[in-house]
Design a protein around this ligand. Sequence first.
Ligand code: FE2
Length: 176
Amino acid sequence: MEALWPELEWIQGPTLREQVTQTWIKAFERSPLDPDDLHHIPFTLLVPNCPATFMEHKRCVVHIAKAGAEAMQQFLGRALAIDLDTVIAGAILADVGKLLEYEKVDGQLRQSERGRALRHPFTGVALALECGVPDAVCHAIAAHAAEGDLVKRSTEAYIVHHADFMSFLPFKNLEK
Ligand SMILES: [Fe+2]
């Protein structure tokens, strides 16, 4: 899994690092996708013919989230507690549930029935809880997308959400 996600190394806590790794392994076990697919499929079905791949987008989000959290720790750390491991783990796991949003029919990937019923923030939390991922990280997964607008996000969840959306919303301008 380290080949797909070199950023796993950034997680300081060995238990959390293992839980995050196991969550990704479990997702692949239940998905028609394999790691190589993630270097080719677009990161979202919400932008037609999106030119950025799943891994390009996801790794970018993790890098932005870490850099943002570190800047906030540097300048606001006295006033605001930020757990860097929660930010990094939350960012790495935010879209793990997307692996359950697809099915392969005649070699073509399309949205699965489960994907229509349960968007990836929900399936992501389910997978993560099965692997023992702590609630603070599951909260960041749960609240990273638009559904999270309805809950009070933690500081770490805000960072993951904004890192995700700043690397997503500009692609919506490419629509048409
Ligand atoms: Fe997402």
